[in-house]
Design a protein around this ligand. Structure first.
Ligand code: IPM
Ligand code: MG
Length: 370
């Protein structure tokens, strides 16, 4: 029997801990019923770590994350940390994890489940059957560029600076992942930047075009400006298959794509590093939604994005496509049976609690596995 996988769980803040409880129940189910087993470590991160240790990411949590086979994160942040210095904010812990683990490729699929077509604010024909993937560069660009800061000039004028920087290899490695993902899907890649106004956009376009000509000319490549992409995402999202873009545009466009599916509460993500010599890659999985402090602790949050992130982990970190599909089918069936948290409620339906959604998924897993 294969050795257990080492999984680090970082529940974080707000609704993070309560949705993670439901994932733990599913992990227990896998331990009991499937070939794969897990050894679990857990650490506070974000505001939870700041409250306990005065830092949003302890050295211990970081080193456990570096050693783990995969990391699963809930969410970070909350209004009580608004006045904490930037480097101690919950978000700083998340950004440091991404950077230190070198998780440059952030996969954010936007998939519309049949049962939820009517939960979207867009018309049925626009979103029905939608299956697109946003690939966001996650460790460079304006999120990390130096110099940055707020300063006062000699004449007393205050100003703020952020810096957008991309090296050739930073663009190339994420574009490579984009082309490879496109090959496994619809074979179409949209590369998104603002080459009409930004030097980094001109350079991005050049590097992606060269890579395409050299190694991926079999993939259909389109270049698109980021503002046009935002518009096209709500006009006719089915024109897209894979979208590759930088850190900031990816942050914005993925929220936009997420909402096509009806609720941010449905969307998982995977953040992957490069493969080392042994074929191992660092990886962190997290829901796209935030910590939703307004509904935290009320047992009403939708745990499906985190549960689907666990499914992505099975697929991308452990090559367990069948087990991933099992979880995804359980989610589909529960939704089809009318089991809905309040964020994805259909007309005439009664909402279930976070815990009841967990019950429903476990029930479906039992049914599917026997
Ligand atoms: C995301 C979030 C983060 C980001 C925040 C919490 C720092 O919005 O993962 O999309 O901007 O990357
Ligand atoms: Mg975001």
């Amino acid at each position: 029997m294969a050795a257990n996988r080492k999984l680090l769980i970082l529940p974080g803040d707000g609704i993070g801990p309560e949705v993670m409880v439901q994932v733990r129940r599913i992990v227990d189910w896998f331990d009991k019923h499937r070939a794969v087993g897990f050894d679990i470590l857990e650490q506070p991160v974000g505001g939870a770590a700041y409250d306990l240790h005065g830092t949003p990411l302890t050295d211990e949590a970081l080193s456990e994350a570096m050693e783990a086979d995969a990391v699963l994160l809930g969410a970070v942040g909350g209004p009580q940390y608004d006045n904490v210095p930037r480097d101690k904010r919950p978000e700083a812990g998340l950004l440091r994890l991404r950077k230190e683990m070198d998780l440059f490729a952030n996969l954010r699929p936007a998939l519309v489940f049949d049962a939820l077509v009517d939960a979207s604010t867009l018309k049925r024909e626009v979103v029905e059957g939608l299956d697109i993937l946003i690939l966001r560069e996650l460790t460079a660009g304006v999120y990390f560029g130096e110099p940055r800061g707020i300063e006062t000039l000699a004449d007393g004028t205050r100003r703020a600076i952020d810096t957008q920087i991309y090296t050739e290899s930073e663009i190339r490695r994420v574009a490579e992942v984009g082309f490879e993902l496109a090959r496994k899907r619809g074979n179409r890649l949209h590369s998104v930047e603002k080459a009409n106004v930004m030097e980094s956009g001109v350079f991005w376009r050049e590097v992606v075009s060269t890579l395409h000509a050299d190694d991926f000319s079999d993939v259909e490549l389109h270049h698109m400006y980021a503002d046009n992409c935002a518009m096209q995402l709500v006009r006719w999202p089915k024109q897209f298959d894979v979208i590759v873009t930088d850190n900031l545009f990816g942050d914005i466009l993925s929220d936009c794509a997420a909402m096509l599916t009806g609720s941010l509460g449905m969307l998982p993500s995977a953040s992957l590093g490069a493969e080392d010599e042994t074929g191992r890659r660092r990886a962190m999985y997290e829901p796209v939604h935030g910590s939703a402090p307004d509904i935290a602790g009320k047992d009403m949050a939708n745990p499906l994005a985190t549960i689907l992130s666990f499914a992505m982990m099975l697929r991308y970190s452990f090559g367990l496509a069948d087990d991933a599909e099992l979880v995804e089918r359980a989610v589909q069936n529960a939704l089809a049976a009318g089991c809905r948290t309040s964020d994805i409620l259909g007309p005439g339906m009664q909402p279930v609690s976070t815990n009841q959604m967990g019950d429903a998924i476990l029930g479906e897993l039992d049914r599917l596995a026997t």
